[in-house]
Design a protein around this ligand. Structure first.
Ligand code: NAI
Ligand code: MG
Length: 501
């Protein structure tokens, strides 16, 4: 770390704000890139029946590093015939091996997978960051350890399934089709695969088209763990592959995380079938700050709530509802805080905000932000420099936002915060619930009774109190309204992977 040469020069530049306002610009760090080798292969095949196999179509697509737009690897594109082979393999594995193993044997595999992932944690973190664009600090400290934690947690359940639904017995469903998004590629995979396997189901999973690499790397771990062939299969590709998978006759259940638009499409196409479904869709969470909240902590929570993972988070606290008496203070502190967020190379350990996952997503964020300006909200962005290559977006705070603005209603899925104010508890609840979504919310107040009242009245699957974006495998996660249905994590998550008998 080096003190930036130019403290006096910085101050001397004409038009610079007073020193206390630029405190964050005084320091510049030397680059500190994470150096672990991600051990990428130039080409990743499909993972079907325990083996890496070329796609029947012979087609491949590129996976790009969003931080510099360079190609990382090519990925096999699964067509309908590959999806069929994967579903058949999963069904065979289910009938012949997996559903017959006692839970304590399945647990051993899950433990092994968790341990092997821990052994290769740094390698996976670097691969996740390069493929998806998230800061290494997050993939290293959050995504990979949390993914391992989900395997550990569900390993613990596999021999205790009699306690999932007290008084009832549980049975696996069979083959489950799982489709996941690009914002937490490895973690969403662990959320879905670990409970499915613990319960005795077999899996065909499709990772998102921009982030397939860590799934296919995990397949190497499945091989090393000796997981019986066909228990988990990976088919890579875009929407068409996903549609072929969810509509295939074999899967008894479809578990989807992604956009509400695609969720609805899948629900429509499965209507009338007897497939079970769980849907984890979009969000437009309210982070609600009362005047008695510890303001500095709340500001950190707001920052973490929306700028974490570039705002590529379905439960991101994208709407800040702030109590009028403290609105000006909170806004001023927020602006000061985002001036010192470091946007840039995701592999640098000092980076707070990495790359936007794809050019399409950057386009969507840019368009929504432009609509905010056009509709009359007041935009603040720090003057940070963005890398010349790659897809980046400055952290953005909108004030003077009203409920009718698109930025207050639509999921932006980027580092963009809309600030609204309220005067009473009832107004806060009303504004928070005035959305088509209902995945999560945050409440910042010193009063326990108010937290209890808010958590009862907020129509959100998760309500964080005096914190934000905290996760644990024991804690169920899921939504209300257009945020979807079903839960992932905890005992409730397991219930969504079984039949009660
Ligand atoms: P998406 O919903 O299109 O993609 C999610 C997954 O669904 C991907 O694996 C994709 O290949 C697959 N998919 C797409 N069409 C499908 C179909 N017809 N049948 C089966 N699977 C299909 O999300 P996208 O386009 O990447 O992002 C668009 C917006 O969706 C984002 O801007 C964000 O607002 C929201 N989103 C929400 C997520 C969440 O965690 N709730 C995750 C990703 C995106
Ligand atoms: Mg990529």
């Amino acid at each position: 770390m080096a003190l930036l040469k130019t403290l006096p020069k910085a101050h001397a530049r004409p038009g610079r704000p007073a020193p206390e306002l630029i405190f964050g610009e005084l320091w510049e760090y030397d680059p500190a890139p994470e150096s672990a080798d991600p051990k990428l292969k130039p080409r990743y095949e499909l993972f079907i029946n325990g083996e890496f196999v070329a796609p029947k179509s012979g087609k491949y697509f590129d996976s790009i590093n969003p931080a510099n737009e360079q190609k990382l690897a090519e990925i096999a594109l699964a067509g309908a015939a590959d999806v069929d082979a994967a579903c058949q393999a999963a069904q065979r594995a289910f009938d012949q091996v997996w559903s017959r193993l006692p839970g304590r044997e399945r647990a051993k595999y899950l433990f092994r997978i968790a341990r092997l992932l821990q052994d290769r944690a740094r390698e996976f973190a670097v691969a996740e960051t390069m493929d998806g664009g998230k800061p290494i600090r997050e993939s290293r400290d959050f995504d990979v350890p949390m993914a391992a934690a989900h395997f550990f947690y569900h390993a613990g359940w596999a021999d205790k399934l009699d306690y999932v639904a007290p008084g009832r017995r549980v049975a696996p469903l069979g083959v489950v089709a799982q489709v996941i998004p690009w914002n937490f590629p490895l973690l969403m995979l662990a959320w879905k695969i670990a409970p499915a396997l613990a319960m005795g189901n077999c899996v065909v999973l499709k990772p998102a088209e921009t982030t397939s690499i860590t799934a296919l790397k995990l397949a190497e771990i499945f091989q090393d763990a000796g997981l019986p062939p066909g228990v988990v299969n990976f088919v890579a590709g875009a929407g068409e592959t996903g549609a072929a998978l969810v509509n295939h006759p074999i899967p008894a259940k479809v578990a989807f995380t992604g956009s509400t638009v695609v969720g609805k499409l899948i629900m429509r196409s499965l209507a009338g079938s007897d497939k079970k479904m769980t849907m984890e869709l979009g969000g437009k969470a309210a982070n609600i700050v009362f005047d008695d909240a510890p303001i500095d902590q709340a500001v950190e929570g707001i920052i973490n709530g929306i700028f974490f993972n570039q705002g590529h988070v379905c439960c991101a606290g994208s709407r800040l509802l702030v109590h009028e008496p403290v609105a000006a203070t909170v806004l001023a502190k927020l602006k000061n805080r985002i001036k010192v967020l470091r946007v840039g190379d995701p592999l640098d350990k000092n980076t707070d905000i990495g790359a936007i996952n794809s050019k399409e997503q950057l386009g969507k964020i840019t368009e929504l932000v432009a609509s905010g300006v056009k509709e009359g909200a007041e935009m603040f962005q720090p003057a940070c420099k963005l890398p010349a290559k790659g897809w980046y977006f400055r952290p953005t705070v909108f004030s003077k936002v009203t409920m009718s603005h698109r930025i207050a209603r639509e999921e932006i899925f980027g580092p963009v915060l809309s600030v609204l104010t309220f005067r009473t508890v009832d107004e806060a609840v009303e504004k928070a619930n005035n959305t088509a979504y209902g995945l999560s919310a945050g409440v910042w107040t010193d009063k326990g009774s108010r937290i209890l009242k808010m958590s009862t009245e907020l129509k959100a699957g998760v309500v964080w109190a005096n914190t934000y974006n905290k996760f644990d495998p024991t804690s169920p996660f899921g939504g209300y309204k257009e945020s979807g249905f079903g839960r992932e994590g905890g005992r409730q998550g397991l219930l969504d992977y079984c039949r009660l008998i």
